[in-house]
Design a protein around this ligand. Sequence first.
Ligand SMILES: Cc1cc2nc3c(=O)[nH]c(=O)nc-3n(C[C@H](O)[C@H](O)[C@H](O)COP(=O)(O)OP(=O)(O)OC[C@H]3O[C@@H](n4cnc5c(N)ncnc54)[C@H](O)[C@@H]3O)c2cc1C
Ligand code: FES
Length: 255
Amino acid sequence: MIEQPKIVKICDIKDETPNAKTFFFEYMGHYDPGQFVMVWIPLNDEKPFTLSYINRNIAGITVLKRGNFTKTLHTKKIGDQIGIRGPYGRGYSLIKGNAATCIVGGGIGMASIACLADKQENATIVQGSRTMPELLFRHRYKEMRLCTDDGSFGYKGTTVDLLRELVGKHDYQKIYACGPEKMLYKVYELCNEHHIECEVSIERYIKCGFGICGQCDCSGQRICIDGPVFNSKDLKDMPDFGKTEITKSGKRISL
Ligand SMILES: Cc1cc2nc3c(=O)[nH]c(=O)nc-3n(C[C@H](O)[C@H](O)[C@H](O)COP(=O)(O)OP(=O)(O)OC[C@H]3O[C@@H](n4cnc5c(N)ncnc54)[C@H](O)[C@@H]3O)c2cc1C
Ligand code: FES
């Protein structure tokens, strides 16, 4: 049964990059890093976002300005109201103890993986973007490896280039990643090559968010309820991963 969105007031807004803002609101529920909520703007639409911050009863979503919905959200002010339902889906699974892990965020994908990076001990955090101003949460973590495609900050190259170097030097037990699907696919291939377990968060067009419409199918897995986080074993049986997706009008297209 569809859950009614809970109406919440935006209690703070933070500019993260020239095109990304974090909106904070009161949040009382349970949340596993990597799960998502559906955000409703009355008379506009309802769209999926991962919680990028959670602290006591306050949560945040970090939103990149793209089309109609996100541009409208970016006009909201402190005190304005939005609707939230969820959380939905399956998040990342944390490793306890001293195992070395690596957490990779490409572009706005860093928002999905940020709460995991807050919790997972001993993780190397890799964040990459095309250019320096797009780097997210640069000062949030004690140690973070940063890279830019154009070399304007940190390592010059992609997150996958940097990860390849790190994998050669560290004995990672697991690699977590969120970002563009082409990047995720390369991370998955690199992990297979080195026999490292991986977990990636996949994006598909989400309509219902709780498993009834089939819009978010990826090789028989519903991203909204079976994912959005999938591990190496799941991905092996998902030939659509990195290859095809369903558009909002229901057509399957190549990625
Ligand atoms: C599980 C999940 C978590 C996400 N978390 C974040 C996040 O933390 N921060 C963030 O900035 N973005 C996140 N997104 C993407 C976000 O939902 C889209 O950027 C947003 O819906 C764009 O809407 P728009 O109207 O502004 O843009 P549009 O012009 O409608 O679309 C721009 C692009 O956004 C994507 N998109 C649009 N509508 C949807 C939808 N209903 N479901 C999935 N993708 C859509 C499409 O790839 C499209 O090409 C997440 C998506 C998923 C599936
Ligand atoms: S969005 Fe409807 S089943 Fe996933």
